[in-house]
Design a binder for this molecule. Structure first.
Ligand code: NDP
Length: 311
């Protein structure tokens, strides 16, 4: 009997994923796009990124849901999620792409690029002497698979790099601080604060008005994790008052960011449309195929996530 793997994603192209996955799967697995499923009863596996509400109800025989990305917060929060194992992608290439984005954003603020862009718009030669990386303190909040790699990449450039997590971690060049009590001090000494926190009940709006007030005057803020870990009104206020000098923001409470949102036009703010890191078909295909085979043969899954906490 043939099993079906159903694919759904807004941003990711079906054909590219199908072609990357096919060589890793046996002939008894058919890969179909969600809008072209021939027999919903044969669907045992779903590879999905933010499918529409009610999506899973169409497939009564699902046995595995694979999140087409690293962050599972939106998936585990759904009401229609079937009671089957959930896995996420854990791909070193995603980590590299994220680390590259965080490094770019860190350098953007460390090298005062927003100042030079504003000066260029005025045709002004506005020299500012660069500071050495070792004199600039960067705090990376969240040291998971992506955050940990991002922090070590920042440290590799010579920045005075600090990290925040719930448990101690050994990361080259990174001073790790743990627990709620450590956050305020950490925010107070960083020139650049980077959010790499997952969205969980404990991190929702964790970066609120008090957190932004605790940051150094003139600090910059980078968010490449989830918009909902930030109180966006408090962020806007901190930027409007000049307490924060700028921000690089890839994620937002509501995406797409509304055209009339104040963040679009605040000085020193760069907006990118949630693309700091994406799942890469060729490098992710083997782990997806391995999990499908594990379900078929009753073997152990890799990168399984908790439905309750998302990790
Ligand atoms: P992980 O789940 O692997 O890592 C979570 C990290 O955050 C751990 O270090 C954990 O610490 C720490 N953490 C969690 N809760 C707390 C807390 N309450 N206080 C302090 N530390 C906490 O996440 P990833 O590294 O895989 O992903 C990071 C973020 O990037 C996620 O939000 C994800 O959704 C997002 N993402 C964004 C993308 C984009 O394109 N913008 C693409 C892919 C992912 P500990 O382990 O000690 O508990």
């Amino acid at each position: 009997m043939t099993d079906t793997l159903v694919f759904y994603s807004g941003p990711d192209p079906f054909e590219t994923w199908r072609d990357a996955l096919a060589p890793h799967l046996d002939d008894d697995v058919r890969i179909e796009n969600a809008d072209a499923v021939t027999d919903p009863d044969t669907v045992r596996f779903a590879l999905v990124w933010m499918p529409p509400e009610g999506f899973f109800d169409r497939f009564p025989n699902l046995e595995l849901v694979i999140n087409l990305g690293a962050g599972v917060d939106r998936l585990v929060a759904r009401g229609d999620l079937p009671d089957v194992p959930i896995t996420r992608l854990s791909d070193p290439e995603m980590g590299k792409m994220m680390a590259g984005f965080v490094l770019f954003a860190t350098l953007r603020h460390a090298r005062e690029i927003p100042h030079f862009e504003a000066a260029q718009a005025r045709r002004e030669w506005a020299y500012r002497h660069p500071r050495a990386a070792s004199e600039i303190s960067v705090a990376v909040l969240g040291l998971g698979e992506l955050g940990g790699l991002a922090a070590t990449e920042v440290a590799r450039q010579g920045f005075d790099t600090h990290g925040w997590a719930t448990r101690p971690r050994d990361l080259a060049g990174v001073t790790v601080h743990c627990g709620d009590d450590a956050l305020e001090n950490l925010l107070g000494q960083a020139d650049i604060v980077v959010s790499m926190l997952p969205l969980t009940p404990n991190t929702r709006r964790r970066l609120d008005g008090a957190a932004f007030a605790a940051m150094k005057p003139g600090a910059a803020f980078i968010n490449a994790s989830r918009g909902e870990v930030v109180d966006e009104d408090a962020l806007v206020a901190a930027l409007q008052s000049g307490h924060l000098s700028g921000a690089t923001l890839d994620v937002f409470e509501t995406e797409p960011l509304a055209p009339d949102h104040p963040l679009w036009t605040l000085p020193g703010v760069l907006i990118t449309p949630h693309l700091a890191s994406v799942a890469l078909p060729k490098s992710a295909a083997p782990q997806i195929a391995a999990n499908i085979k594990a379900v078929q043969s009753g073997g152990a899954l890799i990168n399984q996530v908790s439905r309750l906490h998302g990790y």
